[in-house]
Design a protein around this ligand. Structure first.
Ligand code: HEM
Length: 174
């Protein structure tokens, strides 16, 4: 497949300047961008009481997250055959071996606790909110449960982002 754009050096190694992959750089960028938008959505709902804008922002964030993660997983698992093949893409000069490899693998497992639970929690929070709040959204009987689900979803996505960046740093930058 020489000569196609995917295999050009930049795309193969990502665009952040490290030895990763295009989709890894894409998903890392998405995880970083999501946090300020999420903070804005919380400001909008808690301070401005603009429940409709909060709903719309959360739906967009949820869809962007789902698309980014699905594309990332397809690329990492099906195209590359696992993260090991991205981090050690050059078998003659592997980036990570022995204790360093095991340490990054531990960080990845920790990251996966949050990364796997987040989409489930987000879907539950979104679906419940859309069904139980009136339209246009207003505080009501669903507020208490939504507050619990909402804050758990916020913590989960922030932990996904922080541990994801930690993995990226350990695997491709350090
Ligand atoms: C994953 C998606 C969502 C997350 C993470 C989320 C998160 C939150 C958080 C943390 C709060 C503040 C709770 C508090 O401390 O009082 C909140 C409030 C609120 N959210 Fe969401 N939200 C999401 C989706 C939605 C959707 C789709 C709707 C509307 C259909 C909605 C409507 C509201 C309303 C009306 C409040 C104010 C509740 C009250 O003050 O009683 N949220 N949300």
């Amino acid at each position: 497949m020489s000569g196609n754009i995917y295999n050009s050096r930049t795309m193969k190694n990502g665009f952040l300047g490290f030895d990763a992959s295009f989709m890894l750089d894409f998903v890392v960028s998405a995880l970083v961008l999501i946090v300020p938008i999420l903070l804005y959505s919380l400001y909008v709902v808690k301070v401005q009481k603009n429940f409709t804008l909060h709903r719309n922002l959360q739906i967009v964030l949820g869809v962007v997250l789902l698309v980014a993660v699905a594309a990332f997983e397809i690329d990492t698992q099906l195209v590359h055959g696992g993260w090991e093949n991205i981090v050690n893409k050059n078998p003659d000069e592997p980036r990570l071996t022995g204790a360093a490899y095991l340490s990054v693998q531990r960080i990845l497992r920790f990251h996966l606790i949050f990364a796997i639970t987040t989409p489930f929690l987000w879907v539950i929070t979104l679906v419940y909110a859309l069904r139980k709040f009136p339209n246009p959204p207003q505080p009501g009987v669903h507020s208490k449960l939504h507050s619990t689900l909402g804050w758990l979803s916020v913590i989960d996505i922030v932990m996904t982002s922080v541990t994801g960046l930690w993995f990226y740093y350990a695997a491709f930058v350090a």
